[in-house]
Design a protein around this ligand. Structure first.
Ligand code: PLP
Length: 399
């Protein structure tokens, strides 16, 4: 069998789906640095710095802030395996695919799911949260901060956190798509535990899931039997947090941690505020461009739309899959299709991390405009990029 070396595949695809996002050169270079042993003192320094940078990003003092081995979903499994007990009642806000997955995961671990089923594309209100707690005593509330299947941006985080704590429950949050693109304030919002992923707004390849747990959550972890061996935080803590007495649990994915370290360094070099501002500004430009081309947003309330994920209905007469494939094959641009209820009806356009730049937005809107023109859907192929340009030129707009 003769196979060409992987590094000979040099075709560059511009990633504008719901993740993974484009990875900067520096991160790719970091991944190719020779592998160290997972208990090597030089590697331990990299681990310590990675944790310190994650705390800045998560805006937390939590000692238990580590990347778990596995994609974003491994963080979900870590939280459920360690914090949800079989007799627990767990409120899960379900307003899209990922809320649904959390409910599935919670029930697999034997707990009772108390679902808050919402129309997809909307988010939960503090009143709705109060109402569920008044009906039932629950130990945990779990929600998705940035629902990637619909583009919905959960508001009122601090207020929801307060309600959860008034009811003596733990507040668990999926921040896979939000971390690195919008504010995530773990301590200020009273989030007891959260997880994220490397492949969305951090612009690091898929493979790790940063998690953070406060002392309240860690109290619940300690002294109980965790159903998962691989994701047992009690054991993992002894590898990540024990100073020089570190104990091997499983071999850390060393080169992925190099990549995360470099990705986080780039995030902090840019600065959180500047980065969030960049995501907002570029989102406004993309939104103007997509609307000019005839797309409509699935999330109706404008302030509940995520800057990094634009879920849009296609104009009438568009063959969703066919055009998306054409954009991939003719322009080397990946766009996401609708997920769940929106399969075949919507596109999900990502502007995550390194994929969120003015240049990339023009390339994207021009490609869509050209394909639309070719298929007789739009008359003006440049309408999208012109509308975007007007946003960048508008001095009233922030950024
Ligand atoms: C992508 C995503 C996940 C799952 O992450 P994987 O890296 O695919 O395991 C979970 N939650 C949300 C909100 C996501 O967008």
């Amino acid at each position: 069998m003769k196979v060409n070396p992987t590094y000979e595949r040099s075709l560059e695809i511009h990633l504008h789906g719901p993740g993974p996002s484009d990875v900067p050169e520096e991160v790719l270079r970091a991944m190719s640095v020779p592998t160290l042993g997972h208990l090597d003192s030089e590697f331990i320094r990299i681990m310590d710095e990675t944790q310190a940078m994650l705390r800045v990003l998560y805006q937390t003092k939590n000692r238990m802030t580590i990347p778990t081995s596995g994609t974003g979903s491994s963080g979900m499994e870590t939280l459920v395996a360690n914090l949800v007990q079989p007799q627990d009642k767990v409120i899960v806000v379900i307003n899209g695919v990922f809320g649904g997955r959390i409910a599935d995961e919670v029930s697999r671990f034997g707990a009772e799911v108390v679902p808050v089923d919402l129309e997809w594309g909307t988010t939960v209100t503090p009143d709705e949260v109060r109402e569920v707690f008044s009906r039932k005593r629950c130990e945990v509330l779990f929600l998705v901060h940035a629902e990637t299947s619909t583009g919905a941006y959960q508001q009122h985080m601090r207020e929801i956190g307060e309600i959860v704590h008034q009811n003596g429950a733990l507040f668990l949050v999926d921040t896979v798509t939000s971390l690195g693109g919008i504010e995530v304030k773990i301590d200020e919002w009273g989030i007891d535990a959260a997880y994220s992923g490397t492949q969305k707004c951090l612009s690091v390849p898929p493979g790790l899931s940063p998690v953070t747990l406060n002392e309240r959550a860690m109290e619940k972890v300690r002294g109980r039997k965790v159903k998962s061996w691989y994701f047992d935080l009690g054991m993992i803590e002894r590898y990540w947090n024990e100073g020089h007495q570190r104990k091997y649990h499983h071999t850390a994915p060393v080169n992925m941690i190099y990549a995360l370290h470099e990705g986080l360094r780039l995030v902090l070099e840019e600065g959180l505020d500047t980065r969030f501002q960049r995501h907002r500004k570029n989102a406004a430009a993309l939104q103007a461009g997509l609307q000019a081309l005839g797309f409509t947003y699935l999330v109706r309330k404008e302030d509940e739309r995520l800057p990094m994920l634009h879920a849009v209905y296609l104009p009438d007469g568009v063959e969703e899959g066919k055009l998306r494939t054409e954009i991939r094959s003719s322009y080397n641009i990946e766009i996401g299709g609708g997920l769940g209820k929106f399969a075949g009806l919507a596109w999900r356009v990502g502007l995550m991390g390194y994929s969120s730049t003015e240049d990339k937005i023009y390339r994207l809107l021009n490609a869509i405009g050209e394909v639309f023109k070719k298929h007789g859907i739009a008359s003006d192929r440049a309408a999208g990029s012109q509308a975007a340009k007007a946003i960048y030129k508008d001095p009233e707009r922030p950024g």
